[in-house]
Each structure stands twice: as C-alpha cells, then as structure tokens.
Design a protein around this ligand. Sequence first.
Ligand code: FES
Length: 104
Amino acid sequence: MVKFHVKEASGALREIEVPTDMNLNLMEVLKASEYEIEAACGGMALCATCHIEVLEGIGKLNPRTDAELDMLDTLPVVLSNSRLACQIKVTEDLNDVVLRLNNS
Ligand code: FES
C-alpha cells in the first residue's frame, strides 16, 4: 500500500491509500476516489483533462515522457510541477506525495 495526499479546494488534505500491486495509474485512483476527472482519452496522454499539480514529492515520481510533455504544452498554463495523472504509475514512489487537481 502507498499513501498520498490530495489538497482539496478548501485547503484540507485528504489522505488516499491505494495498493501498489494492481498496475494502476494515478488518474484511475483519483477517479475511483470520486474526483471529477474527465479522462477523455482513457489514460493515453492525449487529452490533458487529468492535469494535476504535484505540490510535494515531484522528484520521486517517474519523469515526464515526451508524449506527456507534448500534451502539457497544449494547455494554456503549465507549471514546473504540472503532470498528467494518467502518466504517473502507482508505486511506492507516491508515498507522501501531495498533489492538487488543476481544477480545484
Ligand atoms: S486521461 Fe487523457 S491525458 Fe490523462
């Protein structure tokens, strides 16, 4: 299991605990946790609707791929800590990461 936190619009931190052995990506976990993410492309790095900001721990995550960077470049605002949640694998690396959804 791995635990990470989502900073909600209210400023509250919500802890989410998820198994690491189910080959999930972060977008899938956030959707299952009832966050509103359209995920129109189904996790193919083709829609950018799963845009998040990683507030703490970005250096621990798998690096952005060229496909992810290309899609992020299509957004009007991209920050140095912007990621596509569908491109982040749920592994032990997510432990203690803090993120927020781009729309929150
Ligand atoms: S779900 Fe489409 S880019 Fe992540």
